[in-house]
Ligand binder design. Structure first.
Ligand code: AMP
Ligand code: TRP
Length: 327
């Protein structure tokens, strides 16, 4: 079985776009790959974050992932900081990186270009830490959003550099950006991605939104004045977005939904989708609340850290020998 690894930053809350674009994909991958998913909490402190927020985000995120159907029997779920080998290999990777190549990384470049003050050294050295996160586990694939592809490219370069300078140690991973799920757009501005930072909260459905409020957001989603139900993302982006949401959440092909609605109005369609979203969120939140109460999060993390440490420690021992730390 091929191995896949991804890290998730514990910042903010998850929305329907995250579910459809990322989590529902992970759910499919867990049957096809040996999967590792970790919470990148060491990356989270590259920008200021209160300890209590970090703690809450971390716990919420894991509870939500489990509620969404990630199965800890199939996926190894763990915290980055529970496996010290990340920080250990991170340092080695920082020492393998050139200032010039890190200066070209977009997150750092964008922040400094905007003249932001208080940019930390951690933000600058975060890509080699990400390389360490990946290389410890020799994954075949790293599913990431397009914004992260550059970091996987750096990871490949650092792995090749290390393998060349010492000897063959790391597998060269492939970024996986193609197979990620559909993009979901803002319900109020269907030209823009649904996002947690969007100016209009009516455009984004949070996974922890009150289900009735979420239904209202669907009912008031922006569509068009053509009045024909068909899947046309160019001319009817709002409608296409709603059809995508309905299709992913119910597993019914878009064509089948469209044909059921031939000659009918948007209002009726929205009613059905509103109900789908209502049911989806109610069910999800019920599971989420149960998981939070049950102590499951702690148990999953403990087991995950054990499994991950076993693999990561073997790798870091190898690296320490090769660079000359082990006498
Ligand atoms: P972010 O919330 O931007 O950190 O993204 C976390 C994951 O969710 C990434 O894999 C993104 O590609 C995915 N994602 C975020 N927003 C959307 C969206 N509107 N539609 C589809 N996928 C998304
Ligand atoms: N940098 C990623 C993000 O901002 C999170 C991340 C950290 C990651 N380490 C990783 C993703 C390793 C994939 C593999 O979303």
């Amino acid at each position: 079985m091929k191995r896949m690894l991804s890290g998730i930053k514990p910042t903010g809350r998850l929305h329907l776009g995250n579910y459809i674009g990322a989590i529902s994909q992970f759910k499919k991958y867990q049957d096809e790959y040996e999967m590792f998913i970790f919470i990148a909490n060491e990356h989270a402190i590259t920008v200021p974050i209160e300890a209590k927020d970090l703690r809450k985000n971390t716990k919420d995120l894991i509870a939500l992932y489990l509620a969404c159907g990630l199965d800890p029997e199939k996926v190894t779920i763990f915290l980055q900081s529970d496996v010290p080998a990340h920080a250990q290999l991170g340092w080695v990777m920082i020492c393998m990186s050139y200032m010039g190549e890190l200066q070209r990384m977009t997150q750092y470049k964008d922040k400094t270009a905007k003249g932001e003050t208080g940019v930390t050294a951690g933000l600058f050295t975060y890509p080699p830490l990400m390389a360490a996160d990946i290389l410890l586990y020799d994954p075949d694939y790293v599913p990431v959003g397009v914004d992260q592809k550059q970091h996987v490219e750096l990871t490949r370069n650092l792995a090749e550099r290390f393998n060349h300078r010492y000897s063959d140690t790391f597998k060269i991973p492939e970024p996986l950006t193609t197979k990620v799920g559909q993009k979901i757009f803002s319900l109020q501005d269907p030209e823009k991605k649904m996002s947690k930072s969007a100016a209009d909260p009516k455009g984004t459905i949070d996974l922890l939104d009150d289900p009735a409020a979420a239904r209202k957001k669907i009912m008031s989603a922006k569509t068009d004045s053509l009045g024909i139900i068909q899947f046309d993302p160019i001319n009817q982006p709002g409608l296409a977005n709603l059809l995508t949401i309905q299709s992913v959440l119910t597993n019914e092909p878009v064509e089948s939904i469209v044909s059921r609605y031939e000659g009918k109005g948007y209002g009726e369609l929205k009613k059905e989708i509103g109900q789908t979203v209502f049911d989806f969120l109610s069910n999800l939140q019920e599971k989420y609340n149960e998981i939070l109460k049950s102590g499951k999060v702690e148990e999953v993390l403990k087991n995950g850290a054990e499994k991950a440490s076993y693999i990561a420690n073997k790798k870091i021992r190898k690296v320490y020998k090769k660079v000359g730390f082990t006498l």
